[in-house]
Design a protein around this ligand. Sequence first.
Ligand SMILES: Cc1cc2nc3c(=O)[nH]c(=O)nc-3n(C[C@H](O)[C@H](O)[C@H](O)COP(=O)(O)OP(=O)(O)OC[C@H]3O[C@@H](n4cnc5c(N)ncnc54)[C@H](O)[C@@H]3O)c2cc1C
Length: 299
Amino acid sequence: MTTNAAHFAIGPSLRGINRLYYRPRTLQEAVHTLASHGGQILSGGTDFFPALGERPAPSSVVDVSGLEEIRGISIEPAQTRIGGLTTWTELLRTPLPRSFDALKCAASEIGSIQIQNRGTVAGNLCNASPAADGVPPLLALDAEIELVSTSGMRRVRLQDFIVGNRKTLRRPDEVLAAEIVPRKLDDAHSAFRKLGARRYLVISIAMVAAIVNTDDAGYVSDARVAVGSCSVVAQRLTELERDLVGARAHRLAELVTPRHLASLSPIDDVRATAEYRRDAALTLVGRTLADCVRGSPTW
Ligand SMILES: Cc1cc2nc3c(=O)[nH]c(=O)nc-3n(C[C@H](O)[C@H](O)[C@H](O)COP(=O)(O)OP(=O)(O)OC[C@H]3O[C@@H](n4cnc5c(N)ncnc54)[C@H](O)[C@@H]3O)c2cc1C
């Protein structure tokens, strides 16, 4: 054993491989454990355990939930750093610039209070569900992901990080240590809307996050709009964003057309038909932009 991480066996050997539970105390210990022994990362466990169901963990488990150094949020001169282990509840309780209102609103709609107390931002991104509520607001914030391994640290744009349903660019030996948001639009208004089959504890049929900045004359100077649950990976609507710049802020909802949502590829599933999703997304985008202009937080 080359690691100092606390560990114990979690079950009978599987095809001759002993499955161990590791609980590293530092990020360095965590990445060395992953490099030497492999294993699946466990954080809040709110996606991890439901995915296992009744089955035992197929490999060793590296429980990163004790890594205090990657928990919490700091506002630095050029960027806001959200530690990967930050829970949704911690995010909601942290005073943040106005452009984070959409992310806070998403946090307040993730599962229930109990889920928000355990579930982490990194877990939401690494699980890479098309319905992950944290993704559209972080896409709109132009977030980057900080991945740490024994080879060092690398940064990847969130836009490039999630590459498919449950697929990311994370290598198995990497820990998602932080989400980094540049402080370019701190004071811009932002909003998030989620549509589900009921109001509470629900998986999204569609969700939208938007950030809108206006100049002193009331014209849009920057606009970012991201839609989730309507394609395999949540998307920014870049054509719409371009069309919004220069528009009068109070007219934004009127400017959204089906053409702006043409890049989405919603599917039929148990929650909604593709047609319903496309229609709902159009309405949600307009309403979310109107929320941005009204400026009162929706969370
Ligand atoms: C009842 C219920 C309701 C839910 N409702 C919602 C909802 O409304 N909206 C929504 O978006 N989600 C929802 N979820 C999903 C879940 O709560 C969130 O995605 C949560 O943010 C996951 O975080 P976690 O720390 O629990 O991740 P975990 O379950 O611990 O891990 C999830 C995945 O990410 C990997 N991982 C975790 N942390 C790291 C890290 N730091 N570095 C690298 N890999 C890592 C794990 O290996 C695993 O593959 C719900 C879940 C439940 C059980």
